[in-house]
Structures are given as C-alpha cells and as structure tokens.
Design a protein around this ligand. Structure first.
Ligand code: UDP
Length: 310
C-alpha cells in the first residue's frame, strides 16, 4: 500500500485530494492546523495530526509528500503575514526533509501569484513575474517564490524527485464560504443568496481565470503519478478570463438574486489580469479543464444553498 503525507489536507482542496488517494487505496496522513478550515472534513480512514506544518516532525517514510498547507486568501494572509510565510519557509523545508529521508516524490502547490501583476497574458511558466518584494502581498507571493527556490535546491543538491504546480483560482463546494475569508466566488454567492449587495473592488475590470475543483484534482493526481512530470513546474488553471464585474452579474443571474452591485475601493496591489497558459500541462499531463464556469458555479451555488438550508 502506498503512503501519502498531505500538509493542509483538511482544507478545501486537500480534502478532495485525500478522497482521491483513498479511492486509489493509499494510506493517507494529513497534517493540518485548521487555520483555513473550520472543522475536520476528511474521511475517518485518514490519519489526522492537528499541527502547523512547521512544528511537525516524523521518522515515518512516505512514497508521496504533498505540501499544500497555505493561506491563499489575500484578505486572510494580509492579516497573518508571518504564519503565511512560515508555511512556505520552515513548512516547505520540513516537508522536503521528510521527502528526502523517504526518498519519495515531493509535490508543492505554489501559486499563480508568483507572477504578481503579469505583463503577458495568458501567462506561460517561462514568465518570471512582476512582483513587489516588500509589498502587502509579498508575505504570500514572495514566500511561495522562495519555496520554489528551496525545492529546486533540494532537487539540485540531493536529486530529489520534485514537482511544482501553480494553481490559478480554484473554486467549488467546500471552499470556505463565510464572508470573513473573502475569496471572490464564495463571497459573491453568499452575498447573492442573502440578497445583499455584491462587493466589487475597484471598477471590476480586473480579471481572473477560475478552475473547478475536480479539474484541479485530476491534474494534481496526474502530476503525482506521471513520471514525465518529474522536475516540472506547471500552471494548473484555466485559460478563459472573466472580469470580476461580469462574474458578479453572472452570479446574480444564476442565483436569481435581487442583489445590486456596489463598488468598494480597489484592493492594494490587486493583479489586473490573470489567465493561465496551459500548453505545458496539456503536453506533459495530457490534461485540460473540463468543467465550464457555468457548470462549476451551478454546483457551488447548490452546495451553498444546501449548507444554508435554502
Ligand atoms: N474581489 C472583489 N470583491 C470581493 C472579493 C474579491 O471584487 O469581495 C476581487 C479581488 O479584488 C480580485 C478578485 O476578486 O480582483 C479575486 O480575489 P480573490 O480574493 O478571490 O483572489 P486573488 O485572485 O486576488 O488571490
């Protein structure tokens, strides 16, 4: 039986990855401090260690080590800059050491934020980014960039099998839905279902490309299992862009809401556009997104309605 260690495995994406690993007969261990999730949401077969990854140590060996623990919501990480950095410096180093001692495969979920406010769209992996090293978002984007450097150092110095993905705005059921957390899709759906104004930052012309959770799981599993992915750094995202204003209108329509749209001041250093060039993922993993934004929103809206008993 293969063994997998997943940091942040109880979060929105981690919980799906645990299910995927269990369904492939893996023994799954999760280390999670519940910093972004409210309660345990992984099946009972999962071995669960409630700890920040930077405080975790073990002599156990794993075939696969996945470092997913992160605080990806801008509103959250701006409030918790040091904890955000710790999961990407000490946390990444800890997970790399476990992979090295295990002689296992190491996979890291970096982020599309490593590109900062990109000057090329859609963004290929070869673009080095346009990032403010000491700006308000640097605790997240620079620490993710540092993690990538650390991982590549382990590959160069120890020959470790490392794989890095850069996910682009993944969404779907189980994403933290309370307004406090602030990711745009769950927040807009939540506001629309309560018939409250949808809060668009700035003029709403900024764009994102959104990826549904099942497409992320499919890509992640291929990245882990496919030997051709060894050493690769791959965008895992969508190439279709939508503006935040269009997204707000679409969610109002799809929920049949009476909500209006209000404009709030723009977020500081909010990237103006973001869309993934997935040529490499297509080629190496034979993967591309299958779920349209329409279908993905539909199931996310239904999940949230059910959760709220609507
Ligand atoms: N956004 C918004 N209103 C909100 C929350 C987010 O207009 O209540 C915008 C935000 O300014 C950004 C986009 O939605 O341009 C995506 O924000 P999110 O926090 O989901 O993630 P990001 O891609 O910025 O990391």
């Amino acid at each position: 039986m293969s063994k997998i260690l997943i940091s942040g495995g109880n979060g929105f994406l981690g919980s799906y990855l645990c299910e995927k690993a269990l369904s492939n007969n893996f023994e799954v261990t999760v280390v999670d401090n519940l910093s972004t999730s409210k309660e345990r949401q992984v099946p009972k077969e999962v071995k669960f260690v409630k700890k920040p990854i930077e405080k975790f140590s073990t002599n156990e060996r794993f075939d696969f080590v996945v470092h997913l623990a992160a605080r990806p919501s801008p509103e959250d990480y701006i409030k918790n800059p040091l904890a955000t950095i710790d999961s990407n410096d000490i946390g990444t180093r800890n997970m790399l050491e476990i992979a090295r001692k295990s002689n296992g495969v190491f996979m890291y979920t970096s982020t599309s934020e490593v590109y900062g406010d990109p000057k090329i769209l859609p963004i290929p992996e070869t673009y080095f980014g346009y990032v403010n090293p000491n700006g308000i978002r640097s605790c997240y984007d620079e620490s993710k960039r540092f993690s990538e450097a650390l991982i590549k150092a382990y590959e160069r110095q120890y020959g470790l099998d490392v794989r890095i993905q850069r996910p682009f705005n993944v969404y779907g059921p189980r994403i933290r839905e309370d307004g406090f957390y602030g990711r745009v899709i769950p927040r807009f759906i939540d506001q629309a279902l309560r018939n409250e104004p949808l809060t668009v930052h700035g003029d709403g012309k900024q764009t994102r490309s959104f990826l549904y959770q099942s497409d992320w799981v499919a890509a992640t599993w291929k990245l882990l299992m496919n030997g051709k992915a060894k050493g690769e750094v791959l965008n895992i995202g969508n190439y279709k862009e939508i503006s935040v204003l269009e997204l707000a209108k679409l969610i109002i329509k799809k929920t049949g809401s009476k909500s209006k749209i209000v404009h709030l001041p723009p977020r500081e250093e909010d990237p103006k556009r973001r869309a993934a060039d997935i040529t490499q993922a297509r080629k190496i993993l034979n993967w591309e997104p299958k779920v349209s934004l329409d279908e993905g929103l539909e199931s996310t809206i239904n999940w949230l309605k059910e959760k709220k008993n609507l």
